[in-house]
Design a protein around this ligand. Structure first.
Ligand SMILES: Cc1cc2nc3c(=O)[nH]c(=O)nc-3n(C[C@H](O)[C@H](O)[C@H](O)COP(=O)(O)O)c2cc1C
Length: 356
């Protein structure tokens, strides 16, 4: 496929230059791209009051400025999450800040919320409003603002009316102190502020919290409880990890930043499983971290995810990955006798408990 050839050529560039070139290409090609064939009804998911044609989502960070959501939907994603978007534009950390760990099927990034700010994103989202499709917006705080909660509130008020759902990102490792917002008191204050704003501006808009994988079991339960009490609709698990699992082989493995891709798979799936056990039925869970094939996606769903997202595998493999994952998922469902993908949600959630 042409897209995969392009992906191979882009691999010759430094990682961030390749990403910029990909976005430029997608921006130009978007109107010419034909849409992926319609999805089989067995892959459709109803969640968060939205209809997803398939459960494969593009994770935040690929399209930080909402430049190409329609191109990504045409490539076959069931939904796209743009961002992280902050109120003011910011340039992020100094370069290099994005590293491929080819041998480990992974990436390390310390981008630091580089983005053009909420006004630029709002203008683009406004222009594509009539196009349909599920496009979520992921919001964050500017690095230099001491009042972080005020930033989330501002970004929410501006962008929520233009988004299918809003993801509140408190899990980037690359903005100092941001992850502290995952602690009970801070989280209660943040979600309280967001849900107030929601009641005022967009009462029915789904709000999800995006969390880190680097949390103790007790904190994961606490976050699930606080999110449920606040009236949030779901949790996205997980962002990148600051841990470095043993066995990484790439030269860049010791770079600072968040690790994503294959080495994140088992930890992020374990967090998901724990969330499902604690709050399944009360919160919609989106699984993300290390999905690079249908079997990985299926494992996320069986651990409790209603939907899943990916980024790193797309960067490493190219867009042929999307139809491949869907095909493999359909095969796995047929093997196990699930008529619809949603029937598999949480099928393995109690696996760990049963094994111990
Ligand atoms: C280069 C890069 C930039 C990212 N930027 C963001 C971001 O701005 N906001 C966010 O919530 N997650 C961000 N992420 C995290 C992804 O959304 C995802 O949670 C993580 O990479 C795990 O999924 P994966 O293993 O499929 O990549 C970024 C990831 C990468 C690799």
């Amino acid at each position: 496929m042409l897209g995969d050839l392009a992906a191979r050529a882009l691999r010759l560039l430094p990682a961030e230059a390749a990403h910029r070139a990909t976005l430029a290409l997608l921006r130009r090609a978007a109107p010419l791209l034909s849409s992926a064939p319609p999805d089989e009804a067995r892959l459709a998911v109803d969640a968060l009051g939205l209809s997803f044609p398939n459960p494969v989502g593009l994770a935040a960070g690929f399209d930080k400025d909402a430049q190409v959501p329609d191109a990504m939907l045409k490539l076959g994603f069931g939904f796209v999450e743009c961002g992280t978007i902050t109120p003011k534009p910011q340039s992020g950390n100094s370069r290099p800040r994005l590293f491929r760990l080819q041998e480990d099927r992974a990436v390390i990034n310390r981008m630091g919320f580089n983005n053009a700010g909420m006004e630029a994103a709002a203008a683009r989202l406004q222009r594509r409003r009539e196009h349909g499709g599920v496009v979520g917006i992921n919001i964050g705080a500017n690095k230099d603002n001491v009042d972080r909660i005020a930033d989330y509130r501002r970004a929410f008020a501006r962008l929520a009316p233009l988004a299918s759902y809003v993801a509140v990102n408190v899990s980037s490792p690359n903005t100092p102190g941001l992850r502290n917002l995952q602690q009970r008191d801070e989280l209660e204050r943040l979600l309280g502020a967001i849900m107030d704003e929601r009641a005022r501006v967009v009462p029915a808009k789904p709000v999800l919290l995006k969390i880190a994988p680097d949390l103790e079991a007790a904190s994961i339960d606490e976050i699930a409880d606080v999110a449920t009490a606040a009236g949030v609709q779901g949790i996205i698990a997980t962002n990148t990890t600051v841990a470095r699992p043993p066995g990484l082989r790439s030269a860049h493995a010791k770079e600072q930043g968040g690790l994503s891709g294959a080495p994140l798979f088992s930890r992020s799936t374990e967090v998901l499983r724990q969330l499902y056990r604690r709050a399944g039925g009360k919160l919609v869970l989106i699984g993300v971290g290390g999905v690079s094939a249908g079997a990985d996606a299926y494992a996320k769903i069986r651990a409790g995810a209603s939907l899943f997202q990916l980024y790193t595998a797309l960067a490493l493999q190219g867009p042929g990955l999307i139809p491949r994952i869907k095909r493999e998922l359909l095969d796995l469902m047929a093997r196990d006798g699930f008529a619809n993908i949603s029937d598999a949600i949480g099928a393995d959630a109690h696996m760990y408990e049963a094994a111990t």
